[in-house]
Design a binder for this molecule. Sequence first.
Ligand code: NQM
Length: 344
Amino acid sequence: MMIRGGSSRGAYFHRDDLPVEPAARDGVLVRAMGGPDPLQVDGIGGGHPLTNKVAVVSASSDADVDIDYLFLQVDPASETVSDAQNCGNILAGVGLYAIAEGLVEVEDPVSRVRVRMLNTGAICHLEMETPGGVSQTLGDTAIDGVPGTGAPIVCNYLDIAGSACGALLPTGNVVDEIDGLRVTCIDNGMPVVAILAEDLGITGRERPEALDEDAALKARLEAIRLQAGPLMKLGDVSKKSVPKMCMVSPAQQGGLIMTRTFIPHVCHKTIGVLGAVSAAKACLFADSSIAGVAIVPTGNPRLVDVEHAAGSLRVQLSLDQIGKVTGAGIVRTGRILFKGEIYV
Ligand code: NQM
């Protein structure tokens, strides 16, 4: 199936329909997306990282989980496929797929689909409207970066700190200095390097397209990223889609912060779900690289709006007594676009 999950679009496969051997599987996926051609005219990719995403889905044998989901990011330019990250947007479509394929029991009026993200082992509970046992697409929930409205898909992430790097602060520090810049390397569901936009000589409010054309900025970010990777226990990240590079400036619409994020070589049109959770968490450390520009609300759970180029993404952070994030909630929408056979 091709499904829009949140503000991304992906090809969703049943695990049994793909080759088992990763190299053979990845070859199929690169071909399916349309290979290295920037337009991907010979495939279904769409020419942007946000439309080169794949979900591999199967029923789980674990009693605490309904569905196992492996996320794969296809990088058409290098014809590589990375399993080094989760994707919270594509995750929002996993429940739609599982219900449509009969992989889970549906309840009336709301169904809960418990998903294990195989990339990191983290768990997310999806709550979906299923009145009369039928999955609902139409609704009045709007998410920035997607036209129109749809039925809400509530994504409750359980304990996602250190999901890919093994620790929330994988370098062991709240702040590191790389190439003379203060950076906070954090993994609260997505490995992110957070940097003040002004330290990079930009306002942080530029259009993503303008930043994509700034070759000097991109070279600087990539140099920092390649050094941050090993420090974050991710090893050589030259062929990985993490860490993401998040440039932060003061919020413009009353939110927590304003962001522009390279994922990692193209600027996101909005911000990734888990990338937003990680950036939000970095603001809660008073001495982090970006805390100085953040307006942090109080309360528990804590509702924060992470602003981006097309609006904002609301994150609900639940904290324990010592301030550790124990859960994060996000609202997305999604829609099955088509179902069929793909020729590679
Ligand atoms: O951070 C883009 C997206 C994502 C990932 C990326 C995501 C997340 O918006 O959870 O959803 O950072 O590569 O689809």
